[in-house]
Design a protein around this ligand. Structure first.
Ligand code: F0G
Length: 459
């Protein structure tokens, strides 16, 4: 551990600058907590050279298309393929990559019927190497951690960030420290961090407590923080939007709907949309909307009760543990991109989340509960008239179904809401349940089950 007491390496970069989102202060270096030296607010990455040598939209699109034919590691990454809009590396070999990105855009015909929105798509980030959208940001941030010669990287997490960070640290030959709330993350995510070799601390607090502690730690030890406060993470996560627009032949959808937790992803997608518009890659902005769980609705309350001027924190509680966050770090960035794209912010109940998750599962693709808030939110936005049935909608599914099997099994067994205040309200979801059936191992028993499953009787 002696290396932890040496002074931290600087975070000097080139080709881009850090800009404070509040006071606009520009700098070439970021301190280890990635906060503005003047006012303490968050930093974002800007590319001043784009002003003089604005990359041509046509040239960029054709370069990105050509790279799809390449077999080099950096081009096989669905993130680094778009590296012209990312912080520059000195060499392609510097990138720590697991072939992240390259995620599918699925049509959702059944959910389209349920909602009445015929042009409904899911951008499924759950097919990333560690099963969530975090990999797109982690490949960039971990690469810059190694370039700055850090031995240790660290994060606070509701599970997915830690799984992703541990994998990229392992691939990059760095050690990783994970701080997670004890008992409040899924076993699948915890098991990933363990297998990838992280030092994993289950702290007796919530996510917000873990993040607070990490912020103190990085000021005391030469540990590189890989939460989405780190602006390199958001640069990588921008590529979700680039890849999506490429898949749509650069025709923007009317709406993009994303779950909101710590609010890094919505900020990253929004930044990408604004940059794409400024560079002429798209001619109009989709509306970017953020959906939160009712029990973790800090942004909803901040926009409604404080007009987006100050954060209203909440004591977060939801079974969608990935977004069980009450004090979102990137709330200002998210509020900005919602305003700039004229998007909405909504909240959905636990029952609405469970229903939406089952409906996405029934499409044969599935997702984790936090991702399902997008479909539940779409239903609300349609009811309010914010989304019109003839408009095109992309839901960002952030995590793989296998990330939280306990939730899915509890749902199908009918245990998810048992003994909770939602028990009554969840009764209509029974028709979506497909519990496992325990049988004697006889042909008769299986045949009878098959017949019953075919019968039109309600289950
Ligand atoms: N969906 C999933 C599956 C997540 O894991 C997260 C965040 C979000 C949505 C929300 O994204 O924070 O950028 O608004 N998970 C973090 C973690 C906080 O530690 O894994 P956000």
């Amino acid at each position: 551990m002696t290396s932890l007491s040496t002074s931290p390496p600087g975070v000097r970069q080139s080709g881009f600058r850090f800009r404070c989102i509040a006071c606009g202060n520009l700098s070439d270096e970021a301190s280890q907590n990635f906060r503005c030296a003047n006012c303490g607010d968050l930093l974002e990455i800007t590319y001043p050279h784009w002003k003089e040598t604005r990359p041509s939209a046509h040239g960029l699109k054709s370069t990105w298309r050509q790279r799809r034919l390449s077999q080099s590691a950096i081009d096989l990454s669905g993130v680094w393929r778009f590296r012209d809009l990312l912080p520059a590396l000195e060499s392609d070999e510097q990138a720590i990559t697991l072939r992240e990105g390259n995620t599918p855009l699925y049509e959702l015909p059944q959910c389209a019927r349920i909602t009445g929105v015929p042009r409904l798509f899911a951008k499924h980030q759950g097919t990333n190497p560690t099963g969530s959208f975090k990999d797109a940001g982690m490949t960039v941030a971990a690469t810059f951690a190694r370039r700055a010669k850090f031995r240790w990287v660290a994060c606070a997490s509701t599970g997915n960030t830690s799984a992703s960070m541990a994998a990229y640290a392992a691939r990059g030959g760095m050690r990783s420290l994970v701080l997670v709330p004890e008992g409040k993350i899924s076993w699948s995510k915890l098991s990933q961090a363990l297998d990838y070799g992280a030092v994993t601390c289950q702290l007796r607090t919530d996510f917000d407590g873990c993040l607070r502690l990490l912020q103190e730690l990085v000021l005391r030890a030469p540990v590189y923080q890989l939460n989405s406060i780190n602006p390199f993470r958001l640069e990588g996560q921008k590529t979700l939007a680039l890849e999506l627009l490429e898949q749509l032949d650069w025709q923007p959808p009317d709406h993009i709907i994303v779950p909101g937790g710590n609010l890094g992803n919505s900020s990253a997608i929004g930044k990408a949309l604004l940059e794409m518009r400024d560079l002429g890659l798209i001619s109009r902005l989709p509306k970017l909307s953020v959906i939160q769980a009712e029990g973790a609705n800090a942004l909803v309350r901040t926009l409604r009760e404080a007009a987006g001027k100050r954060l209203i924190s909440v004591q977060a509680e939801t079974r969608a543990t990935a977004i069980r966050i009450g004090n979102p770090a990137s709330w200002k960035k998210a509020a900005h991109v919602l305003e700039a794209t004229e998007g909405a912010c909504e909240q959905v109940t636990e029952v609405e989340i469970a229903q939406a998750k089952a409906e996405i599962g029934a499409e044969g693709i599935g997702c984790e509960p936090a991702s399902a808030v997008t479909l539940a939110g779409l239903k609300k936005l349609l009811k309010q008239g914010f989304v019109k049935p003839q408009e095109s909608v992309v839901l960002v599914l952030t995590g793989n179904l296998l990330k939280d099997p306990d939730y899915t099994i509890d749902f199908h067994r009918g245990d998810l809401f048992k003994g909770t205040s939602d028990e009554g309200a969840s009764a209509p979801l029974n028709q979506l349940r497909r519990p496992p059936i325990v049988l004697d191992a006889t042909l008769d028993a299986v045949m009878r089950t098959l017949e019953q499953a075919e019968s039109p009787e309600p289950r």
